[in-house]
Design a protein around this ligand. Structure first.
Ligand code: NAD
Length: 327
């Protein structure tokens, strides 16, 4: 039964995984959270899991999914939320690719095998808008031909396709919903991501490295909306589906700078840099399928979401601000 009370969340010490686990615990679901980041030595991981630790229904498994014995953790689990992975477009070029391949592709294959063996009813997989490689002059639909423009996007597409291939096996009990998240933001956002960097630059006065002309457009999605869609994907009637999860915003980086200036009450200092390889011109989700299959509708506007992230940033301690880079 998909709706039962134990879930595994991979990538639980990450930005989205930690929010998802918090929400599951709030709904009375027992959560086994897996992450390879050592909470005792990694301050970002420690901060992310802080709201979870101590909860009687939460167990943290600090391990690498590339070699963890998964079976004991999957028994009695009704949903695996597979969010672990190496994110980020720019750093996927070059030497880091081996880690992308291992963590995004090989680990997913391993987990899919383990879910099938344990007869886990549902896997919800974090895929990415990066698989599209940009819009075709209209919002991207799940039926569009994927054409990723970065090694990262290629690994996310491979993971998604692997998951669908597993779900289509005649002998499997594990169904799959792969969610194509569109640029997620909110409290605890990864420090390398745009909105966090913009707000930090507004806060510290240290220049934001703005890549390209600032006219790139993004469909930014608030993390609370992403969590709502991810929870809905656990119980949606599905065998092997791919679904967009966007925020309904279609804004440029210059719009984001304006919004940040309004929130902070000061201009955001900017240092212009060249366009980065792999950065797409625009992303925009067609949310028809998300609405029909998941009952999903984003509810947080970009301005409200940025205000929530700003508030969170202000509540962070001064040391973290001092160490943050806007690059
Ligand atoms: P994050 O880096 O904050 O979290 C990912 C977590 O996965 C990290 O804590 C990391 O330690 C863990 N992890 C990676 N490899 C692992 C392994 N081999 N074993 C155990 N743990 C491992 O990233 P995030 O922004 O929270 O993204 C979560 C997922 O959503 C990723 O799969 C990412 O590709 C996807 N996604 C994110 C966005 C976004 O805008 N943040 C957009 C599209 C897709």
């Amino acid at each position: 039964m998909i709706g039962s009370t134990q879930a595994v969340v991979t990538g639980v010490a990450g930005f989205i995984g930690s929010h998802l686990a918090e929400s599951l615990l709030g709904r009375g679901v027992r959560v086994i959270g897996v992450d390879r980041r050592p909470v005792s030595r990694d301050p970002v991981a420690a901060r992310n899991v802080a709201p979870l630790t101590g909860h009687p229904e939460f167990r943290l498994v600090e391990a690498d999914l590339a070699d963890l014995d998964l079976a004991p953790h999957l028994a009695d689990t009704s949903v695996v939320y597979h969010l672990a992975g190496i994110p980020g477009v720019r750093s996927s070029w070059g030497d880091a690719f081996a880690d992308y391949l291992t963590c995004n592709v090989l680990v997913t294959q391993r987990l899919l095998d383990a879910c099938a063996a344990a007869r886990v009813p549902r896997m919800v997989l974090a895929s990415s808008s990066s698989v599209y490689g940009g819009t075709a002059g209209r919002p991207s639909r799940e039926t569009d031909l994927p054409s990723p423009l970065s090694p990262y996007g290629v690994t996310k597409l491979a993971a998604e396709r692997l998951a669908l291939a597993h779900a289509r096996r005649v002998d499997t009990a594990t169904s799959v919903v792969a969610l194509r998240y569109f640029t997620v933001y909110g409290p605890r956002q990864r420090p390398d991501m745009a909105i966090g960097r913009v707000l930090r630059a507004a806060l510290t006065g240290r220049p934001l490295h703005l890549y390209g002309d600032g006219l790139q457009r993004r469909d930014f999605t608030y993390v609370g909306d992403v969590v709502a869609a991810t929870l809905a994907a656990a119980t949606a009637p599905a065998r092997d589906e791919v679904v967009n999860v966007g925020g309904g915003s279609d804004v440029s980086m210059l719009d984001v700078l304006d919004c940040a200036a309004g929130i902070a009450g000061r201009e955001v200092p900017v240092r212009r840099e060249g366009r980065q390889p792999g950065d797409v011109e625009s992303t925009l989700a067609d949310l028809t399928k998300a609405r029909d299959l998941l009952g999903y509708q984003p509810v947080i506007s970009l301005a409200d979401g940025m205000r929530l992230q700003w508030k969170w940033l202000l509540s962070e301690d001064g040391d973290e601000h001092a160490g943050a880079t806007a690059g």
